[in-house]
Design a protein around this ligand. Sequence first.
Ligand code: HEC
Length: 168
Amino acid sequence: MPGLFYSPDRVWQVVAYLRSLAQRETPKGDAAHGAALFASRGCAGCHRVAGQGGRSGPDLTQIGSSRSVRHLREAMTNPDADVRQRYWVVTARGEDGRPVNGFLMNEDTYTVQLFDDVGNLRSLSKPGLRDYAVAKKSKMPSFAKLPAAELDNLVAYLGSLRRPGGVR
Ligand code: HEC
Protein backbone atom coordinates (compact mmCIF):
# COMPACT_ATOMS: atom_id res chain seq x y z
CA MET A 1 0.00 0.00 0.00
CA PRO A 2 2.17 2.87 -1.19
CA GLY A 3 1.78 6.17 0.63
CA LEU A 4 0.19 4.65 3.72
CA PHE A 5 2.38 5.19 6.74
CA TYR A 6 1.16 4.39 10.20
CA SER A 7 3.17 4.80 13.38
CA PRO A 8 3.70 1.49 15.23
CA ASP A 9 1.25 2.63 17.91
CA ARG A 10 -1.41 3.31 15.28
CA VAL A 11 -0.88 -0.04 13.59
CA TRP A 12 -1.23 -1.68 16.97
CA GLN A 13 -4.53 0.11 17.59
CA VAL A 14 -5.89 -1.00 14.21
CA VAL A 15 -4.87 -4.60 14.86
CA ALA A 16 -6.46 -4.49 18.32
CA TYR A 17 -9.63 -3.03 16.84
CA LEU A 18 -9.92 -5.72 14.16
CA ARG A 19 -9.25 -8.37 16.75
CA SER A 20 -11.93 -6.88 18.98
CA LEU A 21 -14.49 -7.06 16.14
CA ALA A 22 -13.70 -10.73 15.70
CA GLN A 23 -14.17 -11.39 19.39
CA ARG A 24 -17.12 -9.17 20.12
CA GLU A 25 -18.89 -10.41 23.18
CA THR A 26 -21.63 -8.59 25.06
CA PRO A 27 -20.62 -7.71 28.62
CA LYS A 28 -23.04 -9.05 31.20
CA GLY A 29 -22.54 -6.39 33.88
CA ASP A 30 -24.36 -3.14 34.59
CA ALA A 31 -22.65 -0.13 33.03
CA ALA A 32 -24.22 2.45 35.38
CA HIS A 33 -22.93 0.60 38.45
CA GLY A 34 -19.60 0.26 36.67
CA ALA A 35 -19.43 4.04 36.24
CA ALA A 36 -19.91 4.50 39.99
CA LEU A 37 -17.23 1.88 40.72
CA PHE A 38 -14.87 3.61 38.31
CA ALA A 39 -14.94 6.62 40.65
CA SER A 40 -15.08 4.77 43.99
CA ARG A 41 -12.38 2.18 43.20
CA GLY A 42 -9.84 4.83 42.24
CA CYS A 43 -9.74 4.19 38.48
CA ALA A 44 -10.51 7.85 37.76
CA GLY A 45 -7.42 8.86 39.74
CA CYS A 46 -5.26 7.53 36.89
CA HIS A 47 -7.57 7.48 33.87
CA ARG A 48 -9.46 10.21 32.08
CA VAL A 49 -12.92 9.74 30.62
CA ALA A 50 -14.36 12.65 28.63
CA GLY A 51 -11.81 15.09 30.01
CA GLN A 52 -12.22 14.14 33.71
CA GLY A 53 -9.66 12.22 35.75
CA GLY A 54 -5.96 11.55 36.16
CA ARG A 55 -3.17 11.31 33.63
CA SER A 56 -1.00 8.46 34.85
CA GLY A 57 -2.84 5.94 32.68
CA PRO A 58 -4.32 5.96 29.18
CA ASP A 59 -7.39 8.03 28.34
CA LEU A 60 -10.32 5.59 28.31
CA THR A 61 -12.93 7.87 26.68
CA GLN A 62 -13.31 5.53 23.66
CA ILE A 63 -11.79 2.34 25.02
CA GLY A 64 -14.90 0.29 24.25
CA SER A 65 -14.49 0.98 20.52
CA SER A 66 -11.05 -0.56 20.30
CA ARG A 67 -10.91 -3.32 22.92
CA SER A 68 -12.66 -6.64 23.36
CA VAL A 69 -14.47 -7.58 26.55
CA ARG A 70 -11.73 -10.12 27.20
CA HIS A 71 -8.99 -7.49 26.87
CA LEU A 72 -10.84 -5.07 29.19
CA ARG A 73 -11.19 -7.75 31.85
CA GLU A 74 -7.58 -8.81 31.56
CA ALA A 75 -6.40 -5.18 31.76
CA MET A 76 -7.88 -5.10 35.29
CA THR A 77 -7.07 -8.59 36.53
CA ASN A 78 -3.59 -8.97 35.02
CA PRO A 79 -2.26 -5.54 34.08
CA ASP A 80 1.27 -6.80 33.33
CA ALA A 81 0.01 -9.16 30.60
CA ASP A 82 -0.08 -6.64 27.75
CA VAL A 83 1.62 -3.30 28.37
CA ARG A 84 2.16 -0.94 25.43
CA GLN A 85 5.66 0.54 25.18
CA ARG A 86 4.23 3.98 25.90
CA TYR A 87 3.54 2.69 29.44
CA TRP A 88 6.79 0.84 30.15
CA VAL A 89 8.26 2.19 33.34
CA VAL A 90 11.65 3.91 33.42
CA THR A 91 13.52 4.28 36.69
CA ALA A 92 16.70 6.34 36.49
CA ARG A 93 19.01 8.31 38.75
CA GLY A 94 20.92 11.37 37.61
CA GLU A 95 24.55 12.16 38.48
CA ASP A 96 23.28 14.16 41.45
CA GLY A 97 21.59 10.97 42.72
CA ARG A 98 18.10 12.35 42.16
CA PRO A 99 15.54 9.83 40.88
CA VAL A 100 13.77 10.39 37.57
CA ASN A 101 10.84 8.07 36.94
CA GLY A 102 8.31 7.96 34.16
CA PHE A 103 6.94 6.24 31.09
CA LEU A 104 9.27 5.38 28.23
CA MET A 105 8.72 7.52 25.17
CA ASN A 106 11.74 6.64 23.09
CA GLU A 107 15.35 5.59 23.55
CA ASP A 108 18.54 5.09 21.58
CA THR A 109 22.10 4.25 22.59
CA TYR A 110 22.86 7.62 24.17
CA THR A 111 19.58 9.23 25.13
CA VAL A 112 16.20 8.38 26.54
CA GLN A 113 12.99 10.41 26.34
CA LEU A 114 10.31 9.87 28.94
CA PHE A 115 7.16 11.33 30.38
CA ASP A 116 8.01 12.00 34.01
CA ASP A 117 5.67 11.47 36.96
CA VAL A 118 3.95 14.80 36.38
CA GLY A 119 3.55 14.27 32.64
CA ASN A 120 6.42 16.42 31.36
CA LEU A 121 8.44 15.14 28.43
CA ARG A 122 12.12 14.87 29.42
CA SER A 123 15.22 13.86 27.55
CA LEU A 124 18.13 12.35 29.48
CA SER A 125 21.66 11.59 28.37
CA LYS A 126 22.33 7.96 29.28
CA PRO A 127 26.08 8.30 29.97
CA GLY A 128 25.20 10.90 32.62
CA LEU A 129 22.93 8.55 34.55
CA ARG A 130 23.90 6.57 37.63
CA ASP A 131 21.14 4.01 37.27
CA TYR A 132 18.86 3.23 34.40
CA ALA A 133 16.28 0.49 34.02
CA VAL A 134 13.16 -0.10 31.92
CA ALA A 135 10.46 -2.46 33.20
CA LYS A 136 7.83 -3.76 30.76
CA LYS A 137 5.39 -3.76 33.62
CA SER A 138 2.23 -1.87 34.34
CA LYS A 139 1.94 0.89 36.88
CA MET A 140 -1.66 -0.19 37.32
CA PRO A 141 -2.38 -2.32 40.40
CA SER A 142 -4.20 -5.61 39.80
CA PHE A 143 -7.91 -5.58 40.58
CA ALA A 144 -8.17 -9.40 40.41
CA LYS A 145 -9.48 -9.48 43.98
CA LEU A 146 -12.55 -7.35 43.28
CA PRO A 147 -15.82 -9.29 43.56
CA ALA A 148 -16.78 -10.86 40.21
CA ALA A 149 -19.94 -8.75 39.97
CA GLU A 150 -17.90 -5.54 40.32
CA LEU A 151 -15.52 -6.66 37.57
CA ASP A 152 -18.49 -7.43 35.32
CA ASN A 153 -19.95 -3.98 35.98
CA LEU A 154 -16.63 -2.25 35.28
CA VAL A 155 -16.21 -4.21 32.05
CA ALA A 156 -19.76 -3.23 31.00
CA TYR A 157 -18.98 0.42 31.73
CA LEU A 158 -15.66 0.37 29.84
CA GLY A 159 -17.33 -1.41 26.93
CA SER A 160 -19.94 1.35 26.77
CA LEU A 161 -17.28 4.06 26.30
CA ARG A 162 -17.42 4.33 22.53
CA ARG A 163 -16.54 6.62 19.70
CA PRO A 164 -19.67 8.60 18.80
CA GLY A 165 -21.27 7.09 15.71
CA GLY A 166 -18.71 4.25 15.66
CA VAL A 167 -19.38 0.62 14.78
CA ARG A 168 -21.27 -1.14 17.54
C1 HEC B 1 -2.14 3.86 39.60
C2 HEC B 1 -2.78 4.21 38.36
C3 HEC B 1 -3.89 3.33 37.82
C4 HEC B 1 -5.07 2.95 38.44
C5 HEC B 1 -5.50 3.21 39.89
C6 HEC B 1 -5.83 2.22 37.46
N1 HEC B 1 -5.14 2.16 36.28
FE1 HEC B 1 -5.78 1.31 34.55
N2 HEC B 1 -3.95 1.64 33.71
C7 HEC B 1 -2.92 2.36 34.28
C8 HEC B 1 -1.77 2.35 33.38
C9 HEC B 1 -0.42 3.01 33.63
C10 HEC B 1 -2.15 1.60 32.25
C11 HEC B 1 -1.29 1.32 31.00
C12 HEC B 1 -0.44 0.09 31.20
C13 HEC B 1 -1.25 -1.15 31.11
O1 HEC B 1 -1.70 -1.48 29.99
O2 HEC B 1 -1.48 -1.77 32.16
C14 HEC B 1 -3.53 1.17 32.49
C15 HEC B 1 -4.29 0.42 31.59
C16 HEC B 1 -5.66 0.20 31.71
C17 HEC B 1 -6.49 -0.39 30.70
C18 HEC B 1 -6.01 -0.88 29.32
C19 HEC B 1 -6.10 0.25 28.33
C20 HEC B 1 -5.78 -0.20 26.93
O3 HEC B 1 -5.48 0.68 26.10
O4 HEC B 1 -5.84 -1.38 26.65
C21 HEC B 1 -7.77 -0.43 31.19
C22 HEC B 1 -9.01 -0.96 30.49
C23 HEC B 1 -7.72 0.12 32.53
N3 HEC B 1 -6.43 0.49 32.81
C24 HEC B 1 -8.82 0.23 33.37
C25 HEC B 1 -8.73 0.56 34.73
C26 HEC B 1 -9.83 0.44 35.68
C27 HEC B 1 -11.23 -0.01 35.32
C28 HEC B 1 -9.33 0.80 36.90
C29 HEC B 1 -10.04 0.76 38.24
C30 HEC B 1 -10.62 -0.53 38.63
C31 HEC B 1 -7.94 1.20 36.70
N4 HEC B 1 -7.61 1.04 35.36
C32 HEC B 1 -7.10 1.68 37.69
C33 HEC B 1 -2.95 2.99 35.51
C34 HEC B 1 -3.94 2.83 36.47
